[in-house]
Unconditional design. Sequence first.
Length: 336
Amino acid sequence: MTIKDIAKISGVSVSTVSRVLNNHPDVSEDVRRKVMAVVEEYNYIPNNSARSLGQSKSDNIGLIVRGISNPFYTSIIHEIEQDIEKAGYTLVMQQIGATEDELLAGAMMERDKRLLGLIFLGGRLDYTKEQIAAISVPFVSCSSNNAYGSLDDTCYSSVSIDDTQTAYEAVKELYKEGHRRIAVLLARPDDGSVSQIRYEGYVKALTEVGMVPTEDLIMSVDSYNIADAYHGTKAWLDKGIAFDAIFAIADNLAMGAMRALREKGIIVPKDCSIVAIDGIEVSEYMAPALSTYCQPMEELGKTSVDLLIDLIEKKGEHRQIILPTIFREGETIAVR
């Protein structure tokens, strides 16, 4: 007997059963009585009780979100939540800071919540076999892969875009339109995560056209926050370095940079073009609208859930899936 069975017998949704079992107030008394009658009839023990009594099988799937304030994750989380509930499982989510260890958080959640599987949303790209040994359930890395790690493809799953190639295409777009002093705005070029792998695409594009990447055109702001991007760009502009374009590795960073540019009297795209990666909704409604490579957020979430459930139900094997991006032209690239 699972939460999905309770929902079917009660004639309500899985999410409604979950709210009843977790004592949420937004359920009518009639529905609550109907669900609890089925729970009592079939002697169903909710997961929080089962952990101590050991009489009921868990239906929990964990989601660890690395980077608490990143709006890029919003649509992905919503899709993951919906798809997990549709499949008859219960989502348990935890958000951690951008510098915290997601594997440690996942191992603790697995133990405490008796998880069947895990999704890591955002995270490092350098897992080793020894590090993942703490996780004994199937897991999927969503929006990241194991580019710098030593894991065999048969022991993990991932769903992401080709970050290096997308960054390469973004910088080549700027070069095609005549830009030659292209700065890069990132967290750190060596963070072992998305920042580093997109920086590699930046370097690849410049090198291919005979341009040498230089330290003075690297803006490191140590996070993906809009405020940090704003302050970091502002400080970099004070150095008086010549540039005609910025490749921001994330929309969030681009938005912070655009405010700093505006305050310095630098008009986008007349004086400086800017392009980014992610495609979050708010960046489309800025003035000017950001030119960016959009990730398929809903598809990232759905594919991650499908992969994980196949692994849990032993219907599939580990896979590494690369999804395409779509260039949103926007209004922040000018022809030089």
